[in-house]
Design a protein around this ligand. Structure first.
Ligand SMILES: [Fe+2]
Ligand SMILES: [Fe+2]
Length: 320
């Protein structure tokens, strides 16, 4: 999210294409001309009409500003109107993906910030629906990858892993949409337990002490506890949360499962999780190139990751 601070007020950008014609805005819209101070463009509680959109478009404006004071209501507006906006045939695939990733990032930031909140499961369901609609076919995966952020945060990581997991499940031949959606949900929530870990631990640059490593390895079980406490019962989601760090050769955690004990969904999650972690900037390590990360997963991880799925993942990533 691009932020700007002007005269003590902080703003974030909102794409013109995110605004639903005919809807009543729940936030003030600001506009900035030629790097001058933002001015109020349209007050909240007023409907946004085609006339406004066309006037802005013809002036070459495709982004407006919203003040952080209105961030919460703006987020809910974007979520509520997302599915409808994504179905707009006038949008290019890039505009559609941008709308999705902007809204998904902010939803995941909220969801993982407070995974016990009442509306989490419903918000994840809504997000998963758009995710599964969009991530279909190799072109969609590449459009999504082009929009990924390179800095590592648990909420962006979880979104990336969900995008990769849905793409890999489809490429591996899963055609049941309900199963694909479960894999998407599970991937979005796989690191829910990390919200209980101190930020200093997640961002530590040096080697972890034994105690810190023990704490880090507690996140799958902690995540499972959080999900169960907040009422999740979906077995795929619970399995992916608990078992995404298990490895085929029995060297993973928390239960050192091996081979067939690890489900298809958790094998997919393990590959996508490792790939995203390697290709984003971490406190302790810069981002690797995609090709090098794949090499690591294929050679160093030959006994850890399901190599049949790794090959399918590589093909999906290389296919244009
Ligand atoms: Fe994890
Ligand atoms: Fe992860």
């Amino acid at each position: 999210m691009t932020e700007k601070t002007e005269a003590g007020r902080t703003y974030f950008e909102i794409a013109l294409s995110a605004l639903e014609v005919g809807s009543v805005l729940t936030f003030d819209l600001w506009i900035q001309h030629n790097a001058k101070r933002p001015v109020l463009y349209r007050k909240k509680e007023l409907p946004f009409a085609e006339e406004q959109r066309e006037r802005l478009r013809s002036s070459g404006i495709d982004t407006l500003l919203v003040s952080f004071e209105d961030a919460a209501t703006c987020k809910l507006y974007l979520e509520r109107h997302l599915a409808k906006r994504l179905s707009d045939p006038k949008l290019s695939s890039e505009e559609r993906m941008k709308l999705f990733t902007d809204s998904a990032r902010s939803t995941m930031q909220d969801v993982l910030g407070d995974p016990l909140a009442d509306d989490v499961e419903q918000r994840v369901d809504t997000l998963t629906e758009s995710l599964c609609d969009l991530i279909s076919g190799p072109k969609a995966l590449h459009t999504a990858i082009a929009m990924m952020e390179h800095d590592y945060y648990t909420y962006t990581h979880s979104l990336h892993v969900a995008i990769y997991c849905v793409a890999l499940a489809r490429a591996a031949g899963v055609s049941n949409e309900a199963r694909i959606a479960d894999i998407g949900r599970g991937a979005l929530m796989h690191d829910a337990g990390k919200c209980r870990l101190p930020a200093e631990l997640l961002n530590k640059t040096g080697t972890l002490t034994q105690e810190e490593w023990r704490l880090m390895q507690s996140h799958p079980e902690e995540g499972l506890r959080i999900l169960k406490d907040s009422g999740w019962t979906n077995p795929v989601v619970l399995d992916m949360c608990l078992n995404h760090h298990e490895r085929l050769d029995g060297t993973g955690y928390p239960n050192a499962l091996s081979g067939e004990q690890i489900s298809f969904e958790s094998r997919i999650n393990a590959i996508c999780d490792a790939y995203d972690a390697m290709t984003t900037d971490r406190a302790y390590q810069g981002a690797m190139r995609g090709i090098d990360a794949l090499r690591c997963i294929r050679s160093d991880g030959a006994k850890k990751y399901d190599q049949e799925l790794v090959e399918i993942f590589i093909r999906a990533l290389l296919m244009k």
